[in-house]
Design a protein around this ligand. Sequence first.
Ligand SMILES: Cc1cc2nc3c(=O)[nH]c(=O)nc-3n(C[C@H](O)[C@H](O)[C@H](O)COP(=O)(O)OP(=O)(O)OC[C@H]3O[C@@H](n4cnc5c(N)ncnc54)[C@H](O)[C@@H]3O)c2cc1C
Length: 351
Amino acid sequence: MTSAALRSRAWKLLELVTTPLLPSDYLDLVSPLRAGADLRGRIEAVHRETDDAATIVIRPGKGWRGHVAGQYVRIGVDVDGVRLWRAYSVTSPTSRTDGRITITVKAIPDGKVSNHLVRRMKPGTVIQLDQACGEFVLPKAKPAKVLYLTAGSGITPAMGMLRDTEFDDVVMVHSAPRKQDVIFRNDLHDLVADEKLRLVELHTDTDGMLDVTRLEELVPDWAERETWACGPAGLLDAAEEHWARHGVTERLHTERFRPTVVVAGEGGEVTFSTTGKTVAADGATPLLNVGEEAGVLMKSGCRMGICFGCVTPLRSGAVRDLRTGEITEGDTGVLIQTCVSAAAGPCDLER
Ligand SMILES: Cc1cc2nc3c(=O)[nH]c(=O)nc-3n(C[C@H](O)[C@H](O)[C@H](O)COP(=O)(O)OP(=O)(O)OC[C@H]3O[C@@H](n4cnc5c(N)ncnc54)[C@H](O)[C@@H]3O)c2cc1C
């Protein structure tokens, strides 16, 4: 008998012994980061950045394929017994040599995962991890001049890029409510001291929200710069309009942490027929959240309509795409993105 056949036989025997669990379930307990296991990461440290933000150091398991500066990872965390997935930008450079990566999280009011990560996460915890993805990245050919236009936690992908790649001429315009709310403030000022960055730091509590037309005065050559922008929807909407008005849309790259919701309508009764639950939903709450609140095991991904990790067949009824207002009716089991769709009358999802 070949050694492969012997191994397979031994594994089958082990399966009999460990039933109802699988041998891999036991291996997960002692070696969760091993090659061949579902990708996981171990939290090795949590560093406070501001009162409500922290950097989390993660050691990914053996299957980790690395990232490109600016990309994000999805992590699955157990919060009060429920596994929740969220996306976070990688803030460490690709050149980091100790096999670890970092994400930096800002706790938002009532945020389930962000508060758990910032305030309660303990080193040693094993989390679920996905491979890095996302198109908000630096190009292979270095642009001559770069602008990072960021606000609040939107600084995270830009910091990943700043730490990763040096440019001859790079400006960052960053807004936060107050000085003490600026995530990575010391790192940014170190870069300024080393003449690697020109920083325009704005405090919205005293200076007000940035009006993008002020870029003419703050960064007079802004239109010549390859720009990466990340922050609240208001800033990004204004930037997209401003760049379009000046005919330089192709120089602006944006990343949104939340989908832009343009339309909400009447809700309806939502049935999760596989689970056997029916709940009332308004016309503004994504069906993903409706299901999670009802205790239905929902598939999820980026939670903003880009990764298609949440698609679920709509058995009947109608749903509204919260980004466009478009109605989809589901008597054919059409796949819908539950993270950006809300009930538009009664509907039945295959979950
Ligand atoms: C590509 C991508 C990269 C991201 N990178 C980062 C990152 O590096 N750092 C980081 O802190 N976050 C990042 N996010 C946001 C992150 O994924 C979560 O949305 C955020 O942490 C909130 O999750 P929660 O579970 O705490 O909030 P939830 O419990 O899901 O929501 C609580 C309440 O807050 C609202 N809400 C949800 N998300 C946001 C938000 N982003 N801003 C304001 N209100 C919100 C909800 O509508 C709800 O009312 C990223 C998101 C995407 C899509």
